[in-house]
Design a protein around this ligand. Structure first.
Ligand code: ADP
Ligand code: ADP
Length: 225
């Protein structure tokens, strides 16, 4: 079953084409990475998928329903941005609970799911801490927990680990893969790091100059016979 079906989606800013027409399917539960150099169109594709910018043309379906015109909130997609975007004045627990608060869930349900989400990213006991007290890797985990807590159908991660040192990056790669396995959530992950893409992904979408050049398994792309 296709979680996400993209048909001829493209984006131009005036005369400049940021993304050429893309047609692709992402399967339910799949871990897909958008890989390419700076300026290749990765962020643009991600922004089109989550509905942060309107496409210049083409269509996008989620679970078979046309979501081309749907707002970001209606798409049921969680996004982890490069800069975490945590609320600095809220505790870790309040940050993670926030998406459930605005959905008006019951307090006991919010607490339970908030604690479960923090447990999933290895931050049990951090509820009362402030974001500024945490390392970059821990903040990134909080941002991921804030997505996991409302169980979106799709999680997008944009260059999420690029600000971290190598060790923290490797640890988080493992964590995210484990969470992917355990939750069965569909992930789309953006990176310019080929090694990261190869270790993380079921399939890699190779981008260059606003085009999707290849979309295949790491093995098919990089195993030279
Ligand atoms: P990245 O390469 O990590 O995507 P950029 O610095 O290229 O980061 O882009 C950051 C933001 O600026 C994105 O939201 C992108 O859409 C926007 N952006 C990139 N290039 C331009 C441009 N030429 N004019 C206006 N906005 C741009
Ligand atoms: P990547 O994420 O791979 O670095 P982007 O999607 O940010 O690539 O950018 C792809 C191309 O589109 C770049 O040439 C960039 O300058 C251009 N672009 C992105 N956003 C904008 C924007 N808001 N206005 C004008 N050009 C943009």
């Amino acid at each position: 079953p296709f979680k996400l079906s993209i048909r001829g989606l493209y984006k131009a800013y005036g005369d400049a084409v940021a993304l050429e027409r893309v047609t692709m399917d992402v399967l339910t539960g799949e871990f897909v990475t958008l890989l390419g150099p700076s300026g290749s169109g990765k962020s643009t594709l991600l922004q089109l998928i989550c509905g942060l910018v309107p496409p210049s043309g083409g269509r996008l379906f989620i679970d078979g329903a046309d979501r081309t015109q749907a707002s970001a909130a209606e798409r049921d997609i969680g996004v982890v941005f490069q800069n975490y975007a945590l609320f600095p004045h809220l505790t870790v627990g309040e940050n993670v609970a926030f998406p459930l608060r605005i959905r008006g869930l019951e307090r006991s349900v919010i607490l339970r799911r908030m604690e479960a989400a923090l447990g999933m990213v290895g931050l049990t006991g951090y509820t009362e801490r402030m974001p500024s007290e945490l390392s970059g890797g821990q903040q990134q985990r909080v941002a991921l927990a804030r997505c996991l807590v409302y169980q979106p159908s799709l999680i997008l991660m944009d260059e999420s680990f690029s600000a971290l040192d190598r060790n923290r990056r490797l640890v988080l790669q493992d964590e995210v893969r484990r969470i992917h396995r355990e939750t069965g959530t569909t992930f789309i992950f953006v990176t310019h790091d080929q090694e990261e893409a190869m270790t993380m992904s079921d399939r890699i979408c190779l981008m260059n100059r606003g085009r999707v050049e290849q979309f295949d398994t790491p093995r098919a792309l990089y195993d030279t016979p």
